[in-house]
Design a protein around this ligand. Sequence first.
Ligand SMILES: [Co+2]
Length: 334
Amino acid sequence: MSQVTYGKTAEEIDKSRLGGRLAPQAPDPAGKVIRPGPPALPASLRLSAGPHSAFAGYGSPAHAGSRHASPSVRQDIAFRLQVSQVIYIKTSAEIDKIRRSSRLASQTLDHVGKVIRPGMTTERLDRIIHDFMKSHGAVPATLGYKGYPASSCISINETVVHGIPGSRVIRDGDIVKVDVTTILDGYFGDTCRTFRIGSVPENAASLASAAYECMMLGIGTVRNGSAVGDIGEAIQDYAEGLGYSVVRDFVGHGVGKQFHEAPNVPHFGKRGKGPKLRDGMVFTVEPMINEGCWQVNVLADGWTAVTADGKLSAQFEHTVLVDGQGAEILTLSS
Ligand SMILES: [Co+2]
């Protein structure tokens, strides 16, 4: 009942579409200063509200049945963190622990792929996820995090991220984003997949494939000496070339010792911009790709983000380690 294939790998995508993006980078004239990306993007995945927010002056939502969160509600959104500016270079001992936690996170999603089915509530699936992590010696990182009430985020169709598991029933034809983060031996592993339930409409299946391909293209730029902006440009070019849009309000993030660390990893941007990547950095690449506009609204629960136009959204996420001439994906399916 889950996905058959996720999509093409970076290598399988027609290189002619890439416009040479994967070629070695010219040095960044901005210099070697390691600093996080745009200050408006906390590594928490969530923009804070305020005059410089992407929401400033943003019109009323088109999404039927949702309530546009007020600025004060947005200000309280969790996953909004004060994150250290420092990008940690992990030791090999730490990397071992992050690797083990990340492997368990991906095994959790492998398990989800076996049990997810139409008729199941998201609450039920969350319980299964919780029990799986616990029985493997891990703690679900989201549970109690800034008041978040569940062990996973389960976001169906028009829900972009941070869907709170509850009474909503998973139905045939849905695309279901399941995002899990494990804490194992004190270290975090973070991964998300879009599961296709039963017979999924062609537009939804294509979107899910594109989100996977975007993630892999972004990861494909990662190497010692490349820049965070390389990831964003690769993703944005590909997604927009297919007529999709890239969510701006949530970004990837450093991960490992903490849930959310520097750097921010926007899924849009310009090659060569942003912090330079160095061996031993660990972060997520987790593009949210929308069928329609990129804008999102946050519901009154303060968490659930939905597309502003009610159209579909898909996401994949890997935790990756910068490793010499490439990236090691730590959350591969086993
Ligand atoms: Co993440």
